[in-house]
Write a protein that binds this ligand. Structure first.
Ligand code: GLU
Length: 356
């Protein structure tokens, strides 16, 4: 009897010792959570209906649903905006990018997690991928179900984002999105379904990895330029050049190109058919926009996968157009805006579209 008690005491002491040793071996890191709104902060009328108001609850309320993250990191939270991401805009992007850069330059901050609506998450993730100057992880996270729904996906996604942000193997991988247990790269991100929790994909290259049992497992890495290796710097920029996206389809005319010229846009991205092809009328209007008004034109495609390749059916060099390769129109708009902060030369813009 006595020896059993002694055994339990010794076992208990060993447990306490190993627990404190493991805590000593892996001191908790600081992770900042920057909230911007979206469904993840949304509130529904009931727990079963799909309708809800996006960006209705604050970051502090949101984090109450995932108390477990306090065991993983010292969490500091800031509310940068509280909007549905359909209203995301250049002003919030510039503010966000500057704040992320400030935070990641602090020695005690290991990473940043940004909560964001899913509608334009691919655009914000790519903007940060090109303007955050740090190897430390920046991770965007959202939810497809409001925080009040049965089976809300937000808390699990936030937990997975924080465990990914603290992991040393996440360093140097560019801006990522963690949702539905997948780790996705910002350079090939697409929302592929209007409602499904598995909506985000890297449709050309496949995900970077998965989160399993609270740990990231990486299976590939991006070969594109990003973050610390990006040439773009928005720290001194107050306003980004205006770039519009124009769609090609049967019977498309030059109507929207003419409107864009009148509005003094600096660049146009086309969402062409097939390999970025355009109706003759649309292509002619774009040619005039380049020649007569110095507008930069980048051809992309409305097809989700595959490259918009140079020199296929369109002679880009003759028209002074650039081709977006694997960058879809939404991300191409972001890259062209940043490219135009440095150059208007279509060959230089083409170089950027091949490297990023
Ligand atoms: N439209 C909202 C947004 O993007 C809801 C979509 C979502 O977050 O899933 O913020």
């Amino acid at each position: 009897m006595k020896s059993n008690v002694l055994k339990s005491v010794v076992l208990g002491l060993i447990c306490i010792l190993s627990l404190s040793l493991s805590t000593y071996a892996q001191p908790k890191k600081t992770i900042y959570i920057l909230a911007t709104g979206g469904t993840i902060a949304g509130q529904g009328d009931t727990e079963v209906t799909a309708g809800y108001k996006s960006g209705a609850i604050t970051v502090d309320e949101l984090l109450k649903a995932v108390p477990e993250i306090k065991d993983i990191a010292y969490i500091k939270a800031e509310q940068v905006a509280n909007i549905g991401s359909q209203d995301m805009n250049d002003e919030v992007w510039l503010k966000l990018s500057k704040r992320v850069n400030e935070l990641l330059s602090q020695g005690d901050v290991a990473g940043v997690v940004i909560t964001h609506g899913t509608d334009t998450q691919e655009e914000t993730a790519y903007f940060l991928n090109l303007t955050v100057k740090s190897e430390k992880p920046t991770i965007l996270v959202g939810a497809m179900r409001p925080s009040t729904a049965i089976g809300a996906d937000g808390p699990r996604n936030i937990y997975n984002a924080v465990v990914t942000a603290v992991a040393p193997e996440s360093i140097g991988r560019g801006v990522m999105v963690v949702m539905d247990d997948k780790i996705l790269s910002a350079d090939d991100l697409a929302k592929t379904n209007t409602l499904s929790v598995g909506t985000f994909q890297n449709p050309n290259y496949g995900p970077l990895g998965i989160v399993y049992n609270g740990k990231p497992i990486y299976t590939r890495q991006s070969l594109k330029r990003h973050t610390a290796n990006s040439e773009f710097d928005v720290s001194y920029i107050k306003e980004l050049p205006r770039v519009e996206i124009i769609l090609s389809h049967s019977n498309a005319t030059g109507l929207f190109v003419e409107a864009a010229v009148k509005a003094h846009v600096k660049g146009i991205v086309t969402a062409g058919v097939g390999n970025g092809n355009l109706t003759t009328a649309l292509q002619d209007a774009l040619e005039k926009a380049v020649k007569n008004h110095g507008i930069a034109v980048v051809r992309s495609s409305r097809i989700m996968t595959g490259p918009t390749a140079q020199w296929d059916e369109v002679d880009d060099d003759k028209l002074n157009f650039s081709a977006s390769w694997f960058i879809n129109p939404y991300r191409a708009r972001v890259l062209l805006m940043l490219a135009l902060t440095k150059t208007k030369d279509y060959k230089e813009i083409q170089r950027m579209f091949s490297e990023y």
